[in-house]
Each structure stands twice: as structure tokens, then as C-alpha cells.
Design a protein around this ligand. Sequence first.
Ligand SMILES: *[C@@H]1O[C@H](CO)[C@@H](O)[C@H](O)[C@H]1NC(C)=O
Ligand SMILES: *[C@@H]1O[C@H](CO)[C@@H](O)[C@H](O)[C@H]1NC(C)=O
Ligand SMILES: *[C@@H]1O[C@H](CO)[C@@H](O)[C@H](O)[C@H]1NC(C)=O
Ligand SMILES: *[C@@H]1O[C@H](CO)[C@@H](O)[C@H](O)[C@H]1NC(C)=O
Ligand SMILES: *[C@@H]1O[C@H](CO)[C@@H](O)[C@H](O)[C@H]1NC(C)=O
Ligand SMILES: *[C@@H]1O[C@H](CO)[C@@H](O)[C@H](O)[C@H]1NC(C)=O
Ligand SMILES: *[C@@H]1O[C@H](CO)[C@@H](O)[C@H](O)[C@H]1NC(C)=O
Ligand SMILES: *[C@@H]1O[C@H](CO)[C@@H](O)[C@H](O)[C@H]1NC(C)=O
Length: 771
Amino acid sequence: MASTLCFSLLTLLSLVSSLYGLPDPLFINCGSNSNIIFSGQTFVSDDNYASGGSAVENLNTSSSKPPIYHTARIFTKKSWYELPANEPNTFVLIRLHFFAFSTKKFKLSDSRFAVSVSGFSLLSNFSVGDAIEIKELFIPTGAKTSYRIEFTPSDPSSPAFVNAIEAFTTPANMFTQGVPFPRSSPAGKIDDLHNLTSDYAFNLIYRIDVGGLQTTEDERDTTLGRKWKLDDSFISNSEGATNKSFDGLLKYGDNGATEYHAPAYVYKTAKQLNINSFNITWNFGVKKNATYLVRAHFCDVISTSLSHEAFRFFIYSHFSANIGPSDRVIVLAAPFFVDMVVDSVESQFMNIGIGATPGSNYTAFLNGVEIMELLKNSSEIDQENERKNINTIVLIVVGCVAFVLILLIGFFMGKKYQEKLINQRSQVMLSYGGDSYTDLDTDPSTAPHLSLNLKIPFRDILKATKNFDEKLMIGQGGFGKVYKGTLSNGRNVAVKRGGKGHGQGRPEFVTEIMVLSKIRHRHLVSLVGYCDEKSEMILMYEFMEKGTLQDHLYGNEYNLKLSWEQRLEICISAARGLHYLHTGSKDGIIHRDVKSTNILLNDLYVAKVADFGISRFDNVDESGISDIKGSFGYMDPEYAIYMKVTQKSDVYAFGVVLVEVLCARPVIGHNFPDKEVNLADWAKKHIKCGNVENIIDPFLMGTINMDSLRIFLTLVERCLKDLGEERPTMIEVQRDLEYALGFQQPVDDDSEFYKNSTINQHIIAVSDVSD
Ligand SMILES: *[C@@H]1O[C@H](CO)[C@@H](O)[C@H](O)[C@H]1NC(C)=O
Ligand SMILES: *[C@@H]1O[C@H](CO)[C@@H](O)[C@H](O)[C@H]1NC(C)=O
Ligand SMILES: *[C@@H]1O[C@H](CO)[C@@H](O)[C@H](O)[C@H]1NC(C)=O
Ligand SMILES: *[C@@H]1O[C@H](CO)[C@@H](O)[C@H](O)[C@H]1NC(C)=O
Ligand SMILES: *[C@@H]1O[C@H](CO)[C@@H](O)[C@H](O)[C@H]1NC(C)=O
Ligand SMILES: *[C@@H]1O[C@H](CO)[C@@H](O)[C@H](O)[C@H]1NC(C)=O
Ligand SMILES: *[C@@H]1O[C@H](CO)[C@@H](O)[C@H](O)[C@H]1NC(C)=O
Ligand SMILES: *[C@@H]1O[C@H](CO)[C@@H](O)[C@H](O)[C@H]1NC(C)=O
């Protein structure tokens, strides 16, 4: 019996909602008064959040658990943490960490206690065994501005406890709102479930990477910090299945799912049904009489062409749904998921499986599955009594934010600062004001308020970079040196150490922290932390394995050249990042230094925009600003006329980047004949005369679809218009690039170019071409 499933086939709109960074994450180190870095996040002291309880420490020094598990807060009577809910009508993900150790008075492994969040009962009569336990819950925020995580010990001699808490608002499209969800039971389909996303919380039971690699089992994904377990211990007939994996690029967004739904490593691996088998089934232990949300993740990384066939996804044996007819798998390698509600009734197992549809030869596969228990809202706890507490916190936070804003505006409006012109990033300052700049360090109480969550102790940075080992240095510029570092959890980071702060570079340092702690997006390089102890100015970022876009165009570091398709994908990502920068926060932000060395690529060639040191909030009054910064060759011609910086200045600079991408040449070519000195002018002239073939990167010759090129060139011309108002906005740029990508034919396996390439089909080795 087939049925229509609820799945998210989203349109362009979903692309917009997938442009999302985690807002306001809160990571709490319970029972401790100091901050600690764990899993790449800074966990802050819980002093401001707990309603009571006492802090305890593990005295057993031989414990090998990470330091976050060395402390806990214990509660001998009903107590809670109260945390702010920042966005209405969405979900907050709460992750609680438990590790039972012995204190002077208590043996925490004997404790039994209950935990509820916002009226949803998560755990009852819960006891933590010998291992670390992590519980994860999604709760609907409704209209609330705060929520409580409540701990109730079974009796005072058996205290409740918790070691760490993670809490953050999930992206808005995590769960499809306002639609009925198909519901089934071991007996088959039953009524749809309404109001799923408003009436229930979801308690995570299983999160499985089907066909995954052993090495990813303990990894936390980089979007929501989830762990995905392998499926092999749940499969009941493994002889029918083959592990599949794919190392190309995924087309997130095209079939609905985003990186927030599941990371690439989940969608890139799958189990495929063997040709002579009927089905593969997985068995999960569940509670009797409970209701679950089952989310199955699919991504066709197996087929070589789009099929019009379908296969079956079934739950128990009496319910199945078709997966695949071209309305669902509309693009290969594009992730999607299917949600349904399942009642366990009398069964203690839930069976899910995939099988071939009779008469169809479409290969059956499954990439991932999540099973979450639905929790009903039991009762609403009285939140009014303790309101005072949270209001104080809110006031303090608001105060700090306002203070920092005033400081920042101070920088831009009044305090023009001196800076020497020796800046090896070729960043120039055409003019600058003469007032001396006030060093933040002179008032020690102010600097730490920048963004508490991101502050990292200097000793941790020394550890991560092996005392700034020169062997780990990966870059150097006017701002100082950049090192590759490794955090205690194994995560790689880039550590940028400014020259010691005697004013020089300090405003850029502050601006970068301000911008990046305010705004997060998957196409903007994210800030892991910063340190300003002992007049150090150190910024720590996510590590971007593949360096800058420029390195891949005409740098000599990489001997892999990018295909046209891949160049377009990189430009689209960067455009998304810039669009978000311009529009994602209340006061739009202007980057002011868009260039090919500020677009970085991670190990999967996902592009992210970096370097916000001279960025500016858009609504700051223009008057009185005379310093103009940016890089030669990317500079908006309107600067010279109006001394005005706008979002369209970023669009102009991005237009120059597009030319670099097409021509693979430096922006200022000192070795070129005179006429070619400025790449933008030179390219504009050629495009106008219609002889672009003279300027295109010879490597791309014959590989670009003509329509794709035509759209691209028109876009370049529009971006490089002298008048800002005639240039497109970043979202228009992004859409035109997507349009251009659409015309580019999928990689042709038979073409000479790709024949010998054993690497990722999107990357072509230069050596293949030269012969
Ligand atoms: C201390 O921790 C170690 C390692 O986890 C464990 O083997 C030992 O039994 C613990 N000692 C006590 C007194 O709990
Ligand atoms: C809690 O669990 C323990 C062990 O499973 C059991 O002995 C006890 O009766 C339970 N208590 C309650 C109140 O359910
Ligand atoms: C869903 O919620 C709406 C309003 O919140 C209510 O009117 C409706 O009856 C609910 N539907 C079900 C099936 O509970
Ligand atoms: C799939 O891979 C896992 C882990 O890498 C392995 O344990 C398992 O045996 C493989 N299963 C099949 C059916 O090949
Ligand atoms: C299952 O739920 C029904 C109604 O909610 C209840 O009557 C029944 O006793 C429950 N069965 C079990 C085993 O909990
Ligand atoms: C899976 O295949 C087996 C035969 O190999 C069959 O007995 C079973 O009913 C099938 N399950 C479903 C749900 O189709
Ligand atoms: C099976 O696959 C072939 C090619 O792969 C296709 O031509 C055929 O239409 C497919 N469908 C069926 C039902 O055989
Ligand atoms: C739980 O239910 C109560 C009353 O039924 C309601 O006022 C409250 O908003 C609900 N809480 C959530 C988180 O939905």
C-alpha cells in the first residue's frame, strides 16, 4: 500500500531559508566557574543560569574523560536552569551531558532522577551508568521567551545532576510546520497526525548514518554537533546490502534538504539493495505504546542518470511509500528526506526497510535515519515566580550589547585611527583621519565584554599551536602570522595572531569579532574564538583546508584546476555568504574587502567568505568618514567620486572576482602590457567587443556551455557598472550564477578531459589536459 509522504520538496524559497547560521548558541559548563573548550565550542560557567544546586568536582584524578565531565552541578531538591528562547515558533535543540562520578558525599551512579524541559517530560527514574550519556531533545518554543530545564531528584540522598548543556535555536526549516504527517503502526496506515510541530517535543532515540564509514562514528557534525552511528548493528539481513560511497559534490537545496538536516558524510554514503535481494530491513528497539517521528534521509549518489522508476520505503510490513519517481528525486546527488509518524503500539521493535517496487528496476538505497520519540506537553510549570532571575540576566546582556555597539559606533564615527600603510595584503588606505585611537586595553573591564562565549585562554592557544611552532605557520601578512592549530578535541583551526596590540590593527580585530559573533552562515568563515590576554590579538577560525580561491586560479600551490561548473558553484556560495552579510542582520554589513584571497575553500571545496576586519555596519551615518579602505583593483569607482561605501561596492568587487574566475589572472598584472594592467577595465573592453575568447582561461576552452557563458558575461558587465545603482544586488548575482550553472551540462564522462581522472569528477588534474 503506497501513500503520499510528507517530504520537503522545496522551491527556491528553501534555498533562502537554508542560508542560515546558528543564532545565539549557549554552551554551559555545569558546576564550574570557568570556561572550557569542548568539541570546538566554548562552554561557559553556569553561575548565571542555575536556580540552585551546588557545584561538585570529580576527585578521581585518574579519570580519562574530557575535562567537561570533571565537574557537575547537583540538585538535592527540584531545581532548574532557565535559558532564553530567542526566536518564537521554532525549535530549540537541547543536549544534556551526563557522567556519573563520586563526590565526597554522593555516588552519582546511584542517583535516580527526572528531567523535564518546558513541561515536556524527558527522563523519569533516570540513572546514569558507567559511560557518558548524552540526551538530546527538540522543544517547540511557541511564543515563550525563556524555558526551563528542570531536575527532580527521587530523594535528597540521590541528587540529580548534569555535567554540561548545549542549547541553540535550530534552523527554521528543520521540521516542516503546519502540515499533517502520515502516521502508521504495525497494522498499517492510520490517521494523519496534526499539529506535530506545535504540540510535541522530540526526544532523540536513534541517529544513524546508513552505510557510513567507521571513522565518522565518533565525529560530531559541523552544523548542529550531532553524532551519527553506523547502521550495521541494526540491519537484519546484511547479505542483501552493499555499502556505497560517493566523493563528488552534493547538491544541497535542490531536493529540499540542507546541511542542517544531515551533513554531507551522511548523504554521501548509503546502503544499496543487492540485485537479487528483495529487501533490506533494520530493527530498532523501541518502547511499547509510544509514538515516534521517523525521518529517513535519501540521496541518490548511486545512479548515473535520473530514473523515472521508484523503490519502496516501508515501515513494519504493512506500510510502504514510493521513493523516486522523478518528482522526488529531481536531481542526482541532491539530498532529501521523508518524515513520518509511527506508533509502536504493542511492539518493542520498529522495522524499517527498503525494497524494489515490482516491475521497476530503480535501485533501492537509504542514506540515514533518525528516530525520535514524541513527547506530549504534560503540564505547564509556573514560570512567573522566578522571572526576576532571568530578567536580571537579560538586562545585563542587553547592557553589554548596547555598550559594545556604542564602542563600535565610536570607532566608525569619531575615532579615526592611525594605521601604517605597510600592509602586505595590498590593502590600502587612501586617506585616514589623524585622531589617535583609544586602546581598549586601557580599560581592562571593557574588552572582555566583546563576546564572552568566544573568549579563549591564551594557554589553550599555545597548546593548539604548539607554542606558535613555525612549522605550523600557513600564512603571513601585514596583520601578523597565521598558524594551523589543533584543539584538544582534534578539531583543526586557523589561528591568526596579530602583531602585539599597541593600537595597530586593534580596530580590525574588534570589528572582526563583532561581525562574526553577530552573524553566522555556512558561507561565511566562522570564528571559533579569540584571545586578547596580555595585549595579544588572536583570532581563531574554522580551518579551510583548500586555501584561497585565488590559489586555485593562478596561485601555484595547487596543481588541480577547477572546472567551470565548480567555479560557478564556488561563486554561488560566496554570493550567498555576501547576500547574507548584506541582509542577514538588522543592520546590513558591508564587507569592503571582497577579493579572491578572501574567499576560502574547505576540504569539500565549499566556499566561505573571510576577513571582516574592515567591514562596516551599513546604517552608520556616512558623514565624517573619510577613510576609504579596500584593495587595489577591486575598488568601486564611486569611491573616488562620492567617497561613499555601499553594498554595491561589494558587488563591484565581486564582479572583479568573477573576471578573475573566468580569466584566471591577477587583478593588477604588473607583467601585462599597459592596457591590461587593470583586469576589470581590460575584461570590460573585451566583453564589449565580443572577443572574450582572448581572455578566457585557456584551461576552460571548449568546456563552457555558451548560454552559461552569455549569462555570466552579462552579469560581469552589470556588476562592473560605474554607477552603484545600476549594479545588481547580491541575491540577483546569486540567482544569475545559479541560472548560468543550470546551463552547464553535467560532466561528460566520455570527454577527453575527464578520461584519466581518478579523482573527484569535479576536479580535473592539470596533467590530464596538457598532453
Ligand atoms: C578512578 O577512575 C578510574 C578510571 O576511570 C577507575 O578505574 C577507578 O576505579 C576510579 N577510582 C575510584 C576510586 O572511583
Ligand atoms: C526506578 O527504577 C528502578 C530500577 O529499574 C526500580 O527498581 C524502581 O522501582 C523504579 N522507581 C520508580 C518510581 O519507578
Ligand atoms: C491544531 O491546532 C489548531 C490551533 O492551534 C486547532 O484549532 C486544531 O484543532 C488542532 N488540530 C488537532 C487535530 O489537534
Ligand atoms: C559496511 O561498512 C561497515 C563499516 O565500515 C562494515 O562494518 C560492514 O560490514 C559493511 N557492510 C557491508 C554489507 O558491506
Ligand atoms: C497503551 O496506551 C493505552 C491508551 O493510551 C492504554 O490503555 C494501555 O494500557 C497502554 N498499554 C501499555 C502496555 O502501556
Ligand atoms: C522482505 O523479503 C523477505 C524475503 O526475503 C520477505 O519474507 C519479507 O516479507 C519482505 N519484507 C517486506 C516488508 O516486504
Ligand atoms: C530498467 O532500466 C533500463 C535501463 O537501465 C530502462 O531502459 C528500462 O526502461 C528500466 N525499466 C524497466 C521497467 O525495465
Ligand atoms: C503546554 O500546554 C499548555 C496548556 O495545555 C500551554 O499553555 C503551553 O503553551 C504548552 N507548552 C508548549 C511548550 O507547547
